[in-house]
Ligand binder design. Structure first.
Ligand SMILES: C[S@@+](CC[C@H](N)C(=O)[O-])C[C@H]1O[C@@H](n2cnc3c(N)ncnc32)[C@H](O)[C@@H]1O
Length: 208
């Protein structure tokens, strides 16, 4: 299974990287949620750093990423786009930064991967300054009772095995709404006619 996971991640690195097909598909939504951010931005699971090119100039960016190959790629991408950056080894469930220390937290296609979603969202709230914002683009489980949801629930254990971390039937929007943020705004959209049914997507902002 490890060989399958490594092959999947090689393909994913290409697809998710800056300018890759997934980044291009999400680019207009990334611009909407990322271009308004200011100050110190913390991104959980930045992967190849595909969000960096959508950030406005003048921000300071810290990535928290458990994968060493992705950490190096994200740092290269930050240098390429000219953003002051630091990438830390860590996980969303135990962010290696202080309480109320950042102006925004970014998550794109990461909350399906964290082991403990509730703990990750508690950490996001802990590190945000009052008035700070959590911006996210995620794929989530289809509505309960739909055929797509049934299909996702049957496929989910296999997909988790293939990817090593992605839960395709996670109720991420409900978890964000119940995590204790202030105002939460969410747009639902189709993640496209993928072969793997990781759809719908959510794009939104939750205020600290
Ligand atoms: C599907 S990739 C998305 C990468 C990037 N955010 C993007 O949109 O292209 C998921 C990323 O989350 C990272 N990841 C997995 N578990 C994590 C965790 N518990 N905390 C933070 N990042 C995690 C993975 O290493 C990977 O880089």
């Amino acid at each position: 299974m490890r060989v399958v996971q490594e092959a999947t991640w090689s393909a994913a690195r290409w697809a998710l990287g800056a300018g890759g097909p997934v980044d291009q598909y999400l680019a207009s939504r990334k611009r909407v949620i990322l271009s308004a951010l200011r100050g110190h931005i913390l991104e959980i699971g930045p992967g190849e750093g595909a969000s960096l090119r959508h950030l406005p100039p003048g921000v300071r960016w810290t990535g928290v990423e458990p994968d060493p190959v992705s950490r190096a790629s994200a740092l290269r991408e930050a240098r390429r786009v000219g953003i002051e950056a630091m990438v830390l080894d860590g996980r969303a469930e135990a962010l290696p930064v202080g309480d109320r220390s950042v102006d925004a937290v970014v998550s794109t296609l990461v909350l399906c991967s964290v082991d403990d979603l509730g703990e990750a969202l508690r950490e996001v709230r802990r590190v945000l300054r009052p008035g700070g914002r959590f911006v996210f683009i995620e794929h989530v489980g289809a509505p309960h009772g739909t055929r797509l949801r049934g299909f996702q629930e049957r496929l989910a254990p296999w997909w988790l095995g293939v990817t090593g971390e992605c839960r395709m039937a996670r109720d991420t929007e409900a978890a964000i709404r119940e995590a204790g943020f202030g105002q939460v705004e969410v747009e639902r959209f189709s993640m496209g006619p993928g072969v793997i049914p990781v759809s719908p997507g959510i794009c939104g902002v939750a205020m600290a």
